[in-house]
Design a protein around this ligand. Structure first.
Ligand code: PGA
Length: 249
């Protein structure tokens, strides 16, 4: 179901005490909203985060998972392990996983399928690099990322997919896509899904924008018709900023 979503990707930030402190502050400052609000703390702090937010509407999600059920995969975490601690939404395909951990479209497709097989919700990230945009290849790259990892799914599986378009050149750089650039790409993404499936599937999927979303630019980006929310990195680490971004939606 298409819904408004604001998710905070904490990446490799915040120790245990800091996680508790940020969640306490965020809970206190959480504005009234009909949007879904999510946070993705580091793995070692997920259980504590779940406990801290027990009586909150804020959902705890994971930053990654492995595609295997279990076994000899040192350092990895399975879908069942996440479900066991009450986490049923997972980010897959973040550009940092692609760039630093060699996650290819093929690996990501396996991860998406593994999560969906467990009835988990997937927040699937993708986006072009600066060179792709400069060479006017950004639509091809984004279309390819979506098709390669997701187009083998049944139409019904898409009810469990959230998309997050994150141009790599805008992540953590302070440089953000303009609201027009975001809308243009989001409309392209929806058309790609319409062409591969149908309009119903395309219109039901939430498409988030990510990449240097801040309190100052959130409202304009979120005002675009095909932008259903944001995946927030740096600004999600500051309760006032994240609360302001939630308010903007
Ligand atoms: P940023 O990160 O908001 O710090 O640019 C976004 C993301 O990586 O999800």
């Amino acid at each position: 179901m298409r819904s408004k979503i604001v998710a905070g990707n904490w990446k490799m930030n915040k120790n245990l005490a800091e996680t508790e402190a940020l969640l306490t502050e965020l809970s206190a400052k959480l504005p009234d909203t009909t949007a879904e609000v999510m946070v993705a703390p580091n793995f070692v702090n997920l259980v504590t985060a779940k406990q801290s937010l027990e009586s909150s509407t804020i959902e705890v999600i994971a930053q990654n998972m492995h595609f295997a059920e279990s076994g000899a995969y040192t350092g990895e975490t399975s879908g069942d392990m996440l479900l066991d601690i009450g986490i049923d939404t997972v980010i897959i395909g973040h550009s940092e996983r692609r760039a630093y951990f060699g996650e290819t479209d093929e690996i990501l497709e396996k991860k998406v399928k593994a999560a969906l097989a467990k009835n988990m919700r997937v927040m699937f990230c993708f986006g072009e690099e600066l060179t792709d945009r400069k060479s006017d290849n950004h639509f091809n790259v984004v279309g390819g990322q979506i098709k390669n990892a997701l187009f083998s799914l049944d139409a019904s599986a898409w009810s469990k997919i959230v998309l997050a378009y994150e141009p790599v050149w805008a992540i953590g750089t302070g440089e953000t896509a303009s609201a027009e650039q975001a809308q243009e790409m989001h409309a392209f993404i929806r058309k790609t899904i319409t062409d591969g499936y149908d309009a119903a599937v395309a219109n039901n999927v939430s498409i988030l924008y990510g990449g240097s979303v801040k309190p100052a630019n959130a409202a304009e980006i979120f005002s675009k018709p095909d932008v259903d929310g944001g995946l927030i990195g740096g600004a999600a680490l500051v309760a006032d900023d994240f609360a302001a971004i939630i308010k903007a939606i």
